[in-house]
Design a protein around this ligand. Structure first.
Ligand code: TPP
Ligand code: MG
Length: 345
């Protein structure tokens, strides 16, 4: 490809780079159980975040808040490949990852509302969910900085000689940060059991990918570190599960890390304060047609799940979220004495 052509390709709007939609698959047995479980988790995330957005607009809480709506299949498909002892490291866009990892929706909602019953006692908020009991290692606000943390976790796994693995999520913007490169280099050098998952939603705040990324695909950067890599669309949750699982199992066998680029899209703005005027309505609509929840519901129907059952799952998710908000609203704020606890002196 000539330099001229290459540049043109890179400047295409993201939807033109989107791969063809995978045909729906009829599943049964264990696959159907897994798809159903993942659908319920995606529904929970979607409803949790819709309620979050409403609570934010009503002034029930403030500060930074980044929604995951549209990207659910990536977190759900990936985290379902993990065992209880494995690790997850996330970004400030962490609500979805935390929910799939099994953190209690009530303590997450309470954290958003800065209550003492919150997952980190109301001291962290939206960007800093954390739960050592689930090896959910944050929630981090510094773009790319947490990639180094994941590398450290990977090193500790190797040092302790267990077969655990660590999944580290980040955006395509983070792939231009120094810590990303340092982290990948050491992870490959030491064959650490880490799956680096780039959720490429094609924008870093208002900056489209092609204005900041020197390469056509983030996953190509794995080549520089002699690391396994893959790139695929993130709207088909089973596909995400199967692809990620392959690399998780590989890492578990001690065969080293991987960089996976999963293409996705956030339906809302970067954060609650972003009206997202930098992208066209048409572009957003194209992605909404590939909504991972709609796709999964259709796939379940095709696999013989009655509509009544889908409605029941919908009602269940709504009820869990309603309860979570009620719990959070009825919780006390942290006392002033909490200023002096959990502080490293
Ligand atoms: C080191 C650093 N620089 C800048 C910011 C401000 N910032 C917050 S999110 C963000 C965009 C990151 O985009 P990406 O990595 O693609 O993740 P996405 O938000 O799309 O999930 C920026 C620049 C920050 N938090 N940290
Ligand atoms: Mg991004």
């Amino acid at each position: 490809m000539s330099e001229e052509e290459d540049k043109t390709t890179r400047e295409q709007p993201p939807h033109l780079k989107m791969a063809e939609e995978e045909p729906l698959v009829k599943v049964s047995g264990a696959q159907l159980d897994l798809l159903t479980k993942m659908y319920r988790e995606m529904l929970l995330i979607r409803r949790f975040e819709e309620t979050t957005a409403k609570a934010y607009a009503q002034g029930k809480f403030g500060g930074f808040c980044h929604l995951y709506i549209g990207q659910e299949a990536v977190g759900v498909g990936s985290i379902n490949t993990l065992k209880a002892n494995d690790y997850v490291v996330s970004t400030y866009r962490d609500h979805g990852h935390a929910l799939v990892r099994g953190l209690d929706p009530r303590s997450l909602m309470a954290e958003l509302l800065a209550k003492r019953s919150g997952i980190v006692k109301g001291k962290g908020g939206s960007m800093h969910f954390f739960d050592k009991n689930k090896n959910f290692m944050g929630g981090h606000g510094i773009v790319g900085g947490h990639v180094a943390l994941a590398t450290g976790i990977g090193w500790s796994i190797r040092y302790r000689k267990t077969d655990d693995v660590c999944i580290c999520f980040f955006g395509e913007g983070a792939a231009n940060i120094g810590a990303f490169h340092e982290g990948l280099n050491l992870a490959s050098l030491w064959k650490l059991p880490i799956i680096f998952i780039c959720e490429n939603n094609h924008y870093s705040m208002g900056t489209p990918e092609y204005r900041a990324l020197s390469v056509q695909d983030v996953s190509i950067r794995a080549v520089a570190y002699d690391m396994a890599r893959d790139k695929f669309e993130g709207d088909d949750v089973l596909k995400v599960y199967n692809h990620v699982n392959e690399f998780v199992e590989r890492a578990r066998r001690g065969e080293g890390p991987a960089l996976l680029e999963i293409s996705t899209y956030r339906f809302r703005g970067h954060s609650m304060s972003d009206p997202a005027k930098y992208r066209s309505k048409e572009e957003v609509e194209i992605y909404k047609k590939r909504d991972p929840l709609t796709r999964t519901a259709r796939e379940l129907e095709l696999s013989g799940v009655p509509e009544k059952e889908l409605s029941r799952m919908e009602a269940e998710a709504k009820e869990t979220v309603r309860e979570a908000l009620e719990f959070a609203e009825n919780s006390e704020p942290p006392p002033a004495s909490y200023l002096y606890t959990d502080v490293l002196v």
